[in-house]
Design a protein around this ligand. Structure first.
Ligand code: PEP
Ligand code: MN
Length: 267
């Protein structure tokens, strides 16, 4: 189902008036996690003004340490819903447990499956039973075939609205948090009709490289980007070092426009 044997034309995932996989390069942005109402809504307004169409934010966080901030859970989802009411942005947020799928589906417009859960087959099946588009992140060490087979699990359960997300893979290189696999973009386009977006924030772990890699992703055919933006990165509860300040994000979107146009897209 994820391959091109049965469906040759590209899948365009529609959420409200946003289309992922069409002519427009779609920008998703927001902090790693929802920390409190005031800063979340402030950041939401800023990223919208800069041109983001989709607002990100984690309410259930899959953290490496059990002692790290785990997210505000349903209180965080409520803050997200308020941000949507104010800005009109479409919401994307992660689910980490099959028991929370219905709760998250009741708030989110797009459900995210994180890298660590790409092969959580029960979770893939459960989100496949919902009618929400799924942002499926590539696993930390997943091959492109394993990633497409994870999409296949969701599609086999009845949900074909999938957006693939390249977010860097583990390699021997430790200078960046992960290694961005730019080749995944044309390869996925060759093998699958599903749209693909790139997350340069988790791919590099450092805000300094987000601008260059965003341009590389758009130049090589990505249908969108998902970028971490925080109003005060040095005090962020999660992923501060890779978060852009709103002003840098605004600059990035402006610099991306000519890159998108050069490959026949709009932004
Ligand atoms: C995230 O998007 O907040 C996240 C945890 O990303 P990943 O699953 O790619 O590490
Ligand atoms: Mn993060």
């Amino acid at each position: 189902l994820a391959g091109k044997e049965l469906k040759k034309e590209p899948t365009v995932v529609k959420v409200g008036d946003v289309e992922i996989g069409g002519k427009e390069v779609v920008i998703m942005a927001g902090p790693c996690a929802i920390e409190n109402e005031e800063t979340y809504i402030g950041t939401a307004i800023k990223v919208k003004e800069s041109g983001a169409k989709i607002l990100r934010g984690g309410a259930f966080k899959p953290r490496t340490s059990p002692y790290a901030f785990q997210g505000l859970e349903e209180d965080g989802l409520k803050i997200m819903a308020k941000a949507r009411d104010i800005t009109g942005l479409v919401l994307v947020t992660e689910v980490v447990d099959t028991r929370d799928v219905d709760l998250i589906a009741s708030y989110a417009d797009i459900i995210q499956i994180g890298a660590r859960n790409m092969q959580n087959f029960k979770l893939l099946h459960e989100v496949g039973l919902t009618n929400k588009p799924i942002l499926l992140k590539r696993g930390l060490a997943a091959t492109i075939e394993e990633w497409l087979m994870a999409a296949e699990y969701i599609m086999a359960a009845g949900n074909s609205n999938i957006i693939l997300c390249e977010r860097g893979i583990r390699t021997y290189e430790t200078a960046t948090r992960n290694t961005i696999d730019i080749s995944a973009i044309p390869l996925v386009k060759e093998l699958s009709h599903l749209p693909i977006v790139v997350d340069p924030s988790h791919a590099t772990g450092s805000w300094k490289y987000v601008n260059a890699l965003s341009k590389g992703a758009v130049a090589t055919g990505a249908d969108g980007l998902i970028i971490e933006v925080h109003s005060d990165p040095s005090n962020a509860l999660c992923d501060g070092p890779q978060s852009l300040r709103p002003s840098k994000f605004d600059q990035l979107v402006n610099e991306l426009r000519p890159v998108a146009e050069a490959v026949g897209r709009s932004l």
